[in-house]
Design a protein around this ligand. Structure first.
Ligand code: SAH
Length: 249
């Protein structure tokens, strides 16, 4: 009996950004497993007739173990994640937990549009050159390592994308991160804040590094800090790739 488990990215929220491949994976499944808020993002038509295992209170480990157990029992299962399942989400943990079942379990990851692409599109074109993505969550990563990476990315003039900037029990990391970047980057550097991209509460705010309002940041925020060449074009944050410098002397 083939058991199928797919880890599916739902994109940032709006069902228009749910890929046809993700829609098909969900439509083909018998069981949908996911954090309650993510199961809510799945369009109702795709949920019809499915067994829903929403795991509001369950931690990530328990959720993934449950999904593997259901898939091994013979039911085609999807685990749904926001954005892309391979970016600070569930696909890595699923592989780790399912390692001894890879002979029986058909595992597949279905890509989704990550928050960084959604935020970039809403802000203009801030990610046109090399960028580093750093999560400020110190739940599974030591804060010292996060600081080291922030410093290295700032020193190397990467555009910096910050994920997980704040949570209910974490509020100081964002100020510290901006302080580290600000120690080597101009105070005028554009910084974009995108809240709830492609959801009803969507908000896009643009600051300079020295005027950033950390009070505006919430759990569903993605922050993009420009590099030394990033500038405003109208209301948009743009990091030049270098075309004009090279071809328009
Ligand atoms: N797998 C997801 C990331 C999950 S980690 C992805 O690929 O995007 C959770 C973090 O993602 C949040 O703290 C926030 O930084 C970011 N995020 C997720 N959805 C978002 C949205 N709709 N708008 C802005 N940021 C979002």
């Amino acid at each position: 009996m083939g058991c199928s488990l797919k880890v599916v990215g739902l994109g940032p929220g709006d069902s228009a950004l749910l890929t046809p491949q993700a829609q098909k994976a969900i439509a083909d499944a018998e069981v949908i497993v996911g954090y309650t808020l993510y199961v809510e993002l799945v369009p109702d038509a795709l949920k019809e007739g499915k067994e829903l295992v929403s795991t509001g209170m369950m931690g990530e480990m328990a959720r993934c173990e449950k999904a593997i157990e259901i898939a091994l029992s013979g039911k085609d299962t999807v685990v749904v994640c926001s954005g892309d399942p391979g970016i600070y989400a569930m696909s890595g943990l699923i592989y780790e937990l399912a390692e001894e079942h890879l002979d029986t379990l058909e595992l597949e990851v279905v890509a989704g549009i990550p928050a960084l692409s959604a935020a970039s599109a809403l802000l203009g074109a801030p990610l046109m050159h090399d960028f580093a993505v750093i999560s400020l969550s110190d739940l599974l990563t030591d804060w010292e390592l996060i600081e080291k990476r922030l410093q290295a990315a700032a020193d190397a003039d990467f555009v910096i994308v910050l994920y997980n900037p704040k949570s209910k029990r974490r509020d100081w990391q964002i100020s510290k991160a901006l302080e580290i970047v600000g120690s080597v980057r101009s105070p005028e550097t554009p910084v974009g804040l995108v809240k709830s991209a492609y959801r009803n509460e969507q908000e896009t705010l643009v600051f300079s590094l020295n005027s950033f309002d950390t009070e505006q940041v919430d759990m569903l925020s993605t922050i993009i800090i420009g590099n030394s060449t990033t500038r405003m074009i109208g209301e948009n944050i743009v990091t030049p790739r270098g075309y004009l410098k090279k071809y328009r002397k």
